[in-house]
Design a protein around this ligand. Structure first.
Ligand code: UDX
Length: 456
């Protein structure tokens, strides 16, 4: 099938590449020339200019490009005109009130409409971006003001988790499709057929409004689980209980789910944005305060959790960190990605600097992105050093803070740490270390979210 993706961001690139891998002819278009030439340069082997770090993606892109199934262009008109199905994968960032800003989605619909004014061929327009309920209907109206031929608009929200997006795209747990049109239903059934075994029921069909709401519901359930996990982990610590022991029992109940790993709250591009947008939708539709306040509390608890190491730091070093050198391992919002959007590092490191510490930080993939992001904040970075190697970051350190769960941080060489660090203290925000080993085989003090302190 001939497909176009409007928007060469994370979602457009990953789904576009995957659809090309399944044999479709895919054009990804974007107004940003730099993005498009970076992608073309990468696929042509000219430069290592892929903007996102995602396991398995480079190979799929290169292969599909070589086979002529994948193109990147700024020529939206041609891409739209050639395509039978157009996926909208543009961003929907939060506006000042926390509503999803749909200006890029609207602009994409106008561009598509203008092409359809001169071309009567049927097209299916599919929203993959996370959009407020009612968007599919509204886009139908926008495109309808131009189109001379038949068309449908369907909702097909993306469900990619960063770091494992290729796997999520290739082996989806389910595909959500919202449409009232039989023709759209058939096209999307065909398109997604190669993702499931014959006869396997993989697509949940529903109305566009239900599909749009489903995406918000999924992310809100997951976000609220992270919040509950952290709330209990904090409580467990206060009682001297160990959340790791508790979560084994909790996780054994399939009704409770899987987001049971404590940390410094959720980050990334979706949860906060989607919970905020849902909260605004609730207010806009006249929900009672008791309903939307639940969402406000999720956001507030999560924000507070990003500072959850501060009391532990104060317990160890006192109110001021003057004269202390602290190593930080992990800047990305989670492992296996170079994304730092809403990452805990953007709260933890400014806190440390503000308390007077000298900070030596490391991340396997996200250092450049982190520097760009923190550079745009009002933070004095004179006492911040980014180190290329993880042990180099611990040189002369009075403590090591682990805040992203990269596998490389999981089993550190304690002999090397002992040699490099000035004081043997670890703050583990991601429950990474083996607690028993920390207790029995090392002489480090160990402070972790959700576990009793080991003080030496
Ligand atoms: C999420 C959804 O999972 C995905 O379906 C949606 O399409 C986009 O948003 P993503 O933000 O990439 O994906 O990552 P996810 O793995 O869901 O984690 C979100 C945040 O929650 C991360 O900061 C992660 O560290 C945190 N988290 C997750 C926890 O703190 N504990 C957990 O047990 C799980």
């Amino acid at each position: 099938m001939k497909l176009a993706f409007a928007g060469a961001g994370f979602v457009g690139i990953v789904y576009g590449a995957m659809m090309a891998k399944k044999g479709n002819s895919v054009t990804i278009y974007d107004i940003d020339e730099n993005k498009i030439s970076a992608l073309n340069d990468f696929c042509e082997g000219k430069k290592n200019s892929l903007p996102i770090h995602e396991e398995g993606l480079p190979t799929i892109l290169e292969q599909a490009y070589k086979e002529g199934l994948l193109r990147f262009t700024t020529d939206s008109k041609q891409a739209i005109s050639d395509a039978e199905v157009i996926f909208l994968t543009v961003g929907t960032p939060s506006d000042a009130q926390g509503r999803a800003d749909v200006r890029y989605v609207n602009a994409a619909a106008h561009t598509i409409g203008k092409v359809m004014k001169e071309d009567a061929k049927y097209k299916l327009i599919v929203t993959k971006s996370t959009v407020p309920v009612g968007t599919a209907k509204r886009l139908e109206e926008i495109i309808g003001t131009y189109a001379v031929g038949k068309f449908d608009v369907a909702s097909n929200p993306e469900t990619l988790a960063e770091g494992k997006a290729v796997k999520d795209a290739e082996e989806p747990q389910r595909i959500i499709v919202g449409t009232e049109s039989e023709r759209a239903r058939r096209i999307l059934s065909d398109l997604y057929a190669p993702f499931f075994f014959p006869g396997e029921k993989g697509i949940c069909f529903m109305s566009p409004e239900s599909a749009e709401l489903t995406k918000y519901a999924c992310n809100t359930y997951l976000a609220s689980q992270v919040v509950l996990t952290n709330m209990f982990a904090n409580l467990a610590k206060r009682y001297g209980a160990n959340w790791r022991e508790i979560l084994e029992a909790i996780g054994a109940d399939p009704r409770i789910g899987k987001f049971v790993h404590p940390g410094l709250g959720f980050g990334g591009s979706c949860f906060k944005k989607d919970v905020s947008a849902l909260c605004q939708m609730m207010k806009d539709t006249g929900a009672v305060r008791e309903d939307y306040e639940v969402l406000e509390r999720i956001i507030a608890q999560n924000e507070a959790q990003k500072h959850a190491l501060n009391p532990l730091l104060k317990q160890v070093y006192g109110e001021s960190l003057d004269g202390q050198t602290l190593a930080v391992w992990g800047l990305a919002f989670k492992k296996d990605t170079n994304d730092v959007r809403d990452a805990a590092s953007l709260r933890v490191i400014p806190d440390l600097l503000q308390m007077g510490a000298h900070v030596r930080a490391h991340d396997p993939k996200a250092a450049k992105e982190f520097l760009k992001e923190i550079g745009a904040m009002d933070v004095d970075m004179a006492n911040l050093e980014i180190c290329k190697e993880k042990y180099a970051a611990t040189e002369g350190a009075d403590g090591l803070l682990i805040i992203t769960e990269w596998i490389t941080y999981r089993q550190p060489d304690f002999a090397e740490l002992r040699e490099k660090m000035r004081r043997r203290i670890i703050f583990d925000a991601k429950d990474l270390m083996n607690y028993q080993k920390m207790q029995e085989e090392t002489d480090f003090s160990y402070y972790a979210i959700g576990r009793p302190d080991i003080v030496r």
